[in-house]
Design a protein around this ligand. Structure first.
Ligand code: P1T
Length: 381
């Protein structure tokens, strides 16, 4: 089956007890057992819930994965991956990451004795000199949040395989519509379902997708043992969001192209980060591993102070100033003080996250209104 058909149907059959076409919200914490241990596949809803099972099957199908697990947030999903490790283990990751991921690595897991190397992954070969016998995991985002660096997934996978390491890919910015990391050799795909998958900024959720059976069993054990599992209402909303993922992503990509091109040569803009430009340093890799360039664009304002940048970010009429991304509505975010505020200034600036950088999540509104909104703010700037 093709992507759109899977997004609408995978994992979903008419409900066996009533024939309901849409998977019901099984609002129950527990399930009847005929005798101890004798039940219909569901015992207690932290471990498994039928609404969540339908969602996990649908997501697995979109990532060409054998298995998916849904979590109560994207951070809950990444937390489960790091819990595969032990004190003394080392992780190699990028120097441009969602601020919450950086915070969890440096402020939570570093205290448990796990060491993280934050390196420039624009050339995957940079990984090699950081590998030693304690290295267990390579963790990448691509495109990165917020500077839209592209990391070569297949090249990282080859290095991971050669050194017996796990490769995890945070696929939040691309979504499975644009990129399938498992097909390129990754071991784990992670999503903040909160973003494009949910698509309507009305839920918080995460997911992991894997092929390997024993890796799935280890993650499922952590999932159930540590308990960051989502409820059935949110699972229903995510399942409903997935049904239009292909339609929304097409519109995000079209609007993304138009906004990126509008901003590119604007005299008040210093730099536009978007992997669709032929002069993006890893445009060829983006073309090789992605089926489109999405709706995420970051810009650096020319000669703007922090105050100018705040004024700019607060002057939109259609774009909303808010954290998050990937919903149908356009958002603007100031990473330095919002999503990436937990990264020390010197570190974030080294990755390009300067005070005059703003991140746009281009939604699916009419493009004329989005361009007009940008124009009126740029005229005032
Ligand atoms: O917010 P949550 O569902 O827990 O997902 C965390 C997360 C993980 N990975 C990436 C690439 C992300 O962008 C996020 C969340 N990001 C934002 C809230 C943001 O505005 O960037």
């Amino acid at each position: 089956m093709k992507f759109g058909t899977k997004a609408i149907h995978a994992g979903q059959e008419p409900d066996p007890s009533t024939g309901a076409v849409m998977t019901p919200i099984y609002q129950t914490s527990t399930f009847w057992q005929a005798s101890p241990g004798k039940h219909q596949g569901y015992a207690y809803a932290r471990g498994k819930n039928p609404t969540r099972t339908a969602l996990e099957k649908c997501l697995a199908s979109l990532e060409n994965a054998n298995h998916a697990l849904c979590f109560s947030s994207g951070m809950g999903a990444i937390d489960a991956v790091v819990k595969l490790l032990q004190p003394g283990d080392e992780v190699i990751t990028g120097n441009d990451l969602y601020g919450g991921t950086y915070r969890m690595f440096t402020k939570v897991f570093a205290l448990f004795g796990i060491q993280f190397h934050f390196i420039d992954l624009s050339d995957a070969n940079n990984i090699k000199s950081y590998i030693n016998d304690k290295t267990k995991l390579i963790w990448i985002e691509t495109p990165t949040n917020p500077t839209m660096q592209i990391v070569d997934i297949a090249a990282c996978a080859a290095i991971a395989k050669a050194n017996n390491l796990l490769l995890g890919v945070d696929n939040t910015f691309a979504s499975p519509y644009l990129q399938n990391p498992l097909d390129l050799g990754a071991d784990i795909v992670m999503h903040s379902v909160t973003k494009y998958l949910g698509g309507h900024s009305d839920l918080v959720m995460g997911a992991l997708c894997v092929n390997d059976q024993s890796l799935y069993e280890r993650l499922a054990f952590i999932h159930n043992s540590c308990g960051a599992t989502p409820g059935p209402q949110d699972s229903f909303l995510a399942l409903r969001g997935l049904k239009t993922l292909h339609l929304r992503m097409k519109a995000h990509c079209e609007n993304g192209i138009a906004v990126a091109n509008y901003l590119k040569n604007h005299p008040k803009i210093e730099k536009v980060y978007w992997p669709g430009f032929t002069d993006h340093p890893n445009h060829e890799i983006a073309k090789k591993q992605m089926r489109g360039f999405g709706g995420m664009i970051s810009i650096v304002l020319k000669d703007a102070t922090l105050e100018d940048t705040f004024k700019f970010a607060s002057s939109f009429k259609v774009f909303t100033l808010a954290e998050s991304l990937g919903g149908v509505e356009s958002l603007i975010n100031h990473p330095a003080t919002m999503t990436h505020a937990s990264i020390p200034k010197a570190d974030r600036e080294q990755a390009g996250v300067v005070d005059s950088l703003l991140r746009l999540s281009v939604g699916v509104e009419d493009i004329e209104d989005l361009l007009q909104d940008l124009e009126q703010v740029l005229d005032q700037a």
